[in-house]
Ligand binder design. Structure first.
Ligand SMILES: *Cc1c(COP(=O)(O)O)cnc(C)c1O
Length: 343
């Protein structure tokens, strides 16, 4: 597959913006080339447009070659740039598999790209035959989400590999929850599949949703193409600095991760004893998809007590389901005790 041919033809000819830091990259005594304010307040200089130090650290932690990393202002920005890079507005289309993360459809709409929704089967696994059957030359991207939001499960590896081996376009695997999963993800496969883009984020297991730092893992060719079209300074100075500091705390990360996992198991166990709970789906994330006798009723009752969960009951295969994020022990106890008071 020739990935270059999948790129929007007009972008292949685009001459990207060249910033002051692109044009001079060495060490100088005086920087008067970027119209920055010379008075130091820690943020008066533009950030590194290619985030070299931060990428180096992420490369070490994730054991991914630094040349296969692209960073975005949240993984949502990475996803948006993928639409822009590969999809011709008003002409191309993408495939998603509902129930899944809502942003794929929204980003498609923003980019005037149509969506083919090949629903997950009722076991929340991919309908691979229909994904391949419904794709055409205009189908540029298939979005897979594993572990999937809001269902919490990982996709079967053989199905994902089948799509990678048979779909003639870009395969995006959104691994926002990968750090919670028992199984290996697909990041290493970017070495074998030039059409694969894996997205991860610091927003979930790393606990830095407020920072907005998303990670694209893909071939260096796609990294370079994304660099061409991204806003030049998309990751600000404070985000780069804070992320670099906090990514060094592997011990704290692992400790919080195991606390969340233990609480997830405990919460599932306690919820399963409640009369209004019909089913708890197994999860490889930091949330539980829970089927209630009446999702709307219990959503409202919880809200009335100041507890807000996510009502997913309108999504396909998710009738009467609420999505509950694992909180602290105190928050989870509070949820359980509140539910116990309901008739
Ligand atoms: C939370 C979430 C994201 C968003 O990640 P950001 O890096 O915060 O933009 C992406 N994909 C899925 C499936 C998510 O649940």
């Amino acid at each position: 597959m020739d990935i270059a041919k999948l790129i929007r033809p007009d972008l292949q000819k685009l001459k990207p913006y060249s910033s002051a830091r692109d044009e001079f990259q060495g060490i100088a005594n005086i920087y008067i080339d970027a119209n920055e304010n010379p008075f130091d307040n820690d943020v008066n200089r533009y950030p590194d447009p290619l985030q070299k130090d931060l990428k180096q650290r992420i490369s070490e932690i994730k054991n991914i070659d630094v040349n296969n990393l692209f960073l975005g202002n949240g993984s949502d920005e990475v996803l948006d740039l993928l639409f822009r890079l590969f999809c011709i507005p008003g002409k191309d289309e993408v495939i998603i598999s509902s129930p899944t993360y809502g942003m794929y459809k929204v980003l498609a709409g923003i980019n005037n790209v149509s969506v083919i929704d090949v629903h997950l089967k009722n076991d929340f696994q991919l309908d691979v035959d229909n994904i391949i059957r419904k794709s055409s030359l205009n189908t540029k991207i298939v979005f897979l989400c594993s572990p999937n939001n809001p269902t919490g499960n990982i996709l079967n590896k053989k199905d994902v590999m089948f799509i990678l081996n048979n779909f003639e376009g870009i395969v995006v695997i959104d691994e926002a929850y990968q750090d919670f999963s028992k199984e290996d993800g697909f990041a290493k496969e970017v070495e074998n599949y030039p059409n694969l883009v894996v997205t991860q984020t610091l927003s979930k297991a790393w606990g830095m949703a407020g920072l907005r730092l998303g990670i694209g893992i893909c071939s260096n060719f796609i990294v370079q193409q994304l660099n061409k079209i991204k806003p030049p300074y998309n990751i600000n100075v404070l985000t780069q600095r804070f992320a670099l500091d906090h990514l060094n705390d592997i011990e704290g990360f692992n400790k919080r991760l195991s606390l969340i996992k233990a609480e997830s198991d405990r919460l599932a166990e306690e919820l399963s004893k409640l009369p209004m709970v019909r089913k708890i789906y197994s999860t490889e994330t930091n949330f539980l998809l829970v089927e209630f006798l009446d999702a709307n009723l219990y959503y409202d009752k919880l809200l009335d007590k100041g507890i807000v969960v996510r009502n997913r009951s309108k999504q396909i295969h998710c009738e009467n389901c609420l999505r509950i994020t694992v909180g602290t022990k105190i928050e989870n106890d509070s949820l359980i005790n509140t539910l116990k008071t309901f008739k």
